[in-house]
Design a protein around this ligand. Structure first.
Ligand SMILES: *Cc1c(COP(=O)(O)O)cnc(C)c1O
Length: 445
């Protein structure tokens, strides 16, 4: 046991031994006669201590077909961001230190100018995520006052982020304007009174209302707010900085569009279409950003050095838009041609079929990927998948198959659809194919 004690510490092993002995006493006390084998007890102690130390947050293969999967960590960072995170994590940095003057600096100096340049905003700040950005902006600009929002935009984003709830937690009262499907400019004008401090528009990023609908343009709302002397804020959600036309992708509004259309503030996520770390960015009018920065809540929501390093490197890539489809993983994955993905599927088919054996039918199928995280919810990207169906047609066999893939050293997460397990190969890039194939030998069906 000395080796184990050196590795796990005396206290851990001693507690493990006590637990095992307690277990044996308990079994004996109820009349059982467990075998008292010292080697076996040692093994159980080591297993129990080891399993308590296994990391629970581990890399997986995302073959769900949803590129920005909120449960699987959303955007994967670009290489330069990963390097920068490692470097600032490992030692001291000039996080809040101005190297030129030798005096205290501002942690946001590493990102603010880049955000302004990319969005056309006068000033910018950043916090932990976009939910925090919305909370902070509302609390700063409208605490104890009213905020006007269209009834068609009172969204819920993934469980706990609901506009009405965030509004009340920010200390604001919501003024609902118009109806679910139609909100006119005149509805805002009648809904807004002297107590209204903010006009807010929420990009309905994870659903779309179709049919008999109307909503004023951003420019109309911006002009209305200016006329009334209140700020106009847009919660954009996905945080796109690029003209998607140039990449043959469906149209998605950009932060620069929102600013150009008259938004005084725009809030957006760092780890959705922007392709960076989890963060919430706020860009807009300098006077409003200054108020936001001096809100005491800002300190509670601020970014840490690793996130700032990753965000700065991600934003830097945007200075070379022509390299983005190669260097920004999010864009590389959503622009990956179907023919490429299909080639991978065809190449993998025989290996997967032989690893699984005759009980399963494996085929290459066309499928549709999604960008995910509420970005372009109804648009899909043509893709290619491996479809694995148990010949038995038994639901239990399908669930066992799916769980066997989830139990691999690097779990493989697919999607169950039409009696089969589907692996959309969009996010299985070249350098991951060999490790993916190699661990198939460890499948236990
Ligand atoms: C995703 C989203 C949010 C929440 O952003 P997080 O970065 O996940 O906190 C808020 N508003 C909209 C419109 C969104 O799409």
């Amino acid at each position: 046991m000395t080796g184990e004690i050196a590795k796990w510490g005396h206290a851990q092993i001693a507690q493990g031994v006590r637990n095992q002995l307690a277990q044996l006493r308990q079994e004996i006390s109820i009349g059982a006669s467990p075998s008292i084998d010292l080697e076996k007890i040692k093994q159980l102690v080591v297993e129990a201590v080891t399993s308590g130390h296994e990391a629970t947050l581990i890399p997986v293969f995302n073959l769900t077909g949803i590129v920005l999967h909120s449960n699987l960590g959303r955007a994967q960072l670009c290489e330069s961001a990963i390097t920068a995170v490692t470097e600032v994590a490992a030692g001291a940095s000039n996080l809040e230190f101005d190297l030129a003057s030798g005096k205290r600096g501002d942690r946001e100096s590493h990102i603010e100018a880049m955000i302004c340049e990319l969005t056309g905003a006068e000033a910018a700040t950043a916090v932990n995520n976009n939910a925090a950005a919305v909370l902070l902006a509302l609390n700063t600009l409208a605490m104890g006052q009213k905020v006007a929002v269209s009834r068609g935009e009172l969204v819920e984003i993934g469980g706990s982020f609901r506009i009405p709830d965030i509004m009340s937690r920010a200390g604001c009262s919501l003024v609902e304007v118009g109806t679910t499907n139609r909100t006119h400019l005149s509805d805002y004008a009648t809904g807004i009174d002297a107590d209204t401090a903010l006009l807010m528009k929420v990009h309905t990023s994870n659903y779309r209302i179709e049919g008999y609908t109307t909503t004023p343009t951003e420019t109309e709302l911006g002009n209305l707010a200016t006329g009334l002397g209140i700020p106009f804020m847009i919660d954009l959600g996905s945080g796109n900085l690029l003209n998607f036309d140039a990449f043959n992708l469906p149209k998605e509004p950009t932060v620069a569009d929102a600013i150009r259309h008259g938004a005084d503030l725009v809030t957006f996520s760092g780890d959705k279409l922007l392709g960076g770390p989890q963060a919430g960015l706020i860009a807009g009018r300098a006077d409003l950003i200054a108020q936001i920065k001096s809100n005491p809540l800002k300190r509670a929501l601020r970014l840490d050095k690793m996130t700032l390093a990753a965000l700065a490197e991600t934003l830097k890539l945007y200075n070379h838009p022509e390299t983005l489809p190669d260097n920004l993983p999010t864009l590389r994955l959503i622009t990956r041609p179907k023919a490429d993905i299909e080639q991978v599927a065809i190449a993998l088919l025989p290996t997967v079929a032989s690893a699984l054996g005759p009980q399963f039918h494996v085929s290459v199928e066309e499928t549709l990927s999604q960008i995910g995280s509420g970005s372009l919810p109804v648009e899909t990207l043509p893709s290619s998948a491996l479809k694995i169906a148990p010949h038995s047609g038994v639901d239990g066999d399908l669930r066992a198959l799916s769980s066997a893939f989830r139990e691999l050293p690097r779990p493989v997460i697919g999607r169950i659809h039409q009696g089969a397990l589907w692996f959309d190969l969009r996010c299985l890039e070249d350098d991951h194919i060999t490790p993916w194939v190699n661990q198939l030998a460890e499948l236990t069906l």
